[in-house]
Ligand binder design. Sequence first.
Ligand code: BEZ
Length: 254
Amino acid sequence: MSEENITRDWDPVGYDQNARFVSDLGEPVLQLLNPKPGETVLDLGCGDGELTLKLMDAGCHAIAVDSSPAMVASSLAKGINARVMDGQHLEFEGVFDAVFSNAALHWMTQPKEVIAGVKRALKPSGRFVAEMGGRGNVVAVLAALTKARQRRGLAPVNPWYFPGVEEYRQLLEEAGFQVPVMQLIQRPTVLPGELRGWLETFAVSFLITDGAGREEMITEVNEELAPTLCDDSGKWTVDYVRLRFVACDSFGLD
Ligand code: BEZ
């Protein structure tokens, strides 16, 4: 197996320390979903299930899926109906009033397969409401990581898909959705700690080297980005850009 193909599961403890803000910042997309008691909702890419719990609190019958066994285990431990499933191969047909997703779709690099699976999973008149990284997301970090690999003669990797407004709208429309809401939002995001924690949590596939160079690479990326992303008090702010949308069957439009 080449080093680019080595994958690893998420670490729920590291995720809790370095990525709690992901679900904390999920409120706007939850509001856009406007979940109603009794609705059956799929949380696509549920992570550790914190937003699935909010769907349940709103009175929804929530089912959560994630490709990470560790994240699904963490969700199950919270009493969530969660299962391991690849979002690019969803196995549901006509069962959901809504499919919801926060900060997960950019990890799914086959968007046509995702959208087709969501369409199949929805009831007629169902809605797909989501937020993901959009074009320009974490561009400074991506550039620094790419340069660090180049300097070592390592092949480029990019595990993320950050589409623009028109690109994703077109994919949704081609699959038969109407798209009443599609926004690209600049959302500089303050990290809970140092960039190192973010890199170790989210940028693992860039850091896979022959093993010895990993620490050096993290230090190099930190040093390169500190002048632009870290303030005098040591607070790191990453250049997040969100793509937020509502897509629905034409019958679902009010
Ligand atoms: C995001 O939520 O936009 C994101 C998180 C980690 C890596 C890349 C993107």
